[in-house]
Design a protein around this ligand. Structure first.
Ligand SMILES: [Zn+2]
Length: 235
């Protein structure tokens, strides 16, 4: 399991000022997104082997490729370029891990505000016309947002422009990972969810931590943002 108190994998020295400042060209804070990869950040070209004990990078594997629970993570790298932008629709596995595990803000990487009786703030894609019981358990790979980022960052995300829900959440347990699941008898399957306590956890190369949001309270259920908020879009 991944208790909140567990340290990050050694490969994940995230949420540091150095990491947040790793972009080749600084962007205004309102137009930045902590968990999104920069244009030069990509998965490393590593061969994955499946053994009786599970997936491994073989001789190329280092201790920093696994988290404290022994789960193998996708290794990313790249060479910083003079100019780079965020890929808003994706998550960098190191920073997503940090945000999800420590409940840091997806927008800026800082602490999220936890208001007594209300919990933290989550903003997720939602169809305003759909009937959804948001109090039911919901699995997500999206970290929470701080109050400042909740005002601007969601409108920079393509998926949220079609509709969103803002939730206040008091309970959001880490339940598993999403990634590429390997099998001895079938091709790898991408974007598979595996709970921490399932035997398949040995056969997955993780890309995202997953939390289960429970008993959420809806604050806003919105349509696309206004012209004013869209003006924050990067050109
Ligand atoms: Zn923030």
């Amino acid at each position: 399991m991944c208790p909140d108190a567990s340290p990050l994998p050694a490969a994940c020295p995230v949420a540091s000022a150095a990491d947040r400042g790793s972009r080749g060209k600084a962007q205004p804070a309102a137009l930045d997104l902590f968990i999104a990869p920069l244009t030069w950040e990509e998965p490393c070209d590593l061969q994955v082997f499946l053994t009786h004990e599970g997936v491994t990078y073989g001789g190329a594997e280092t201790s920093s490729d696994r988290d404290v629970d022994g789960i193998l993570w996708e290794r990313w790298g790249g060479t910083p370029t003079a100019t780079s932008e965020r890929r808003w629709s994706e998550h960098h596995p190191v920073r997503q891990y940090a945000s999800m595990e420590r409940l840091l803000c997806a927008g800026c990487g800082r602490e999220t505000d936890h208001e007594p009786g209300l919990g933290r703030r989550w903003i997720l894609p939602a169809d305003p016309a759909a009937s959804v019981d948001w109090t039911q358990p919901l699995q997500t790979t999206t970290p929470p947002l701080c109050s400042d980022c909740a005002l601007t960052k969601p409108w920079l995300c393509e998926r949220l422009r079609d509709g969103f829900v803002e939730l206040r959440v008091r309970e959001a347990e880490l339940v598993g990972v999403r990634g590429t699941l390997y099998s001895p008898t079938a091709p790898p399957r991408r974007r598979e969810f595996v709970p921490f306590d399932h035997p398949d956890i040995r056969r997955i190369v993780a890309q995202q931590l997953v939390r289960e949001v429970r008993g959420a309270v809806v604050v806003r259920l919105g349509a696309p943002p206004t012209r004013h908020t869209l003006s924050c879009r990067p050109s």
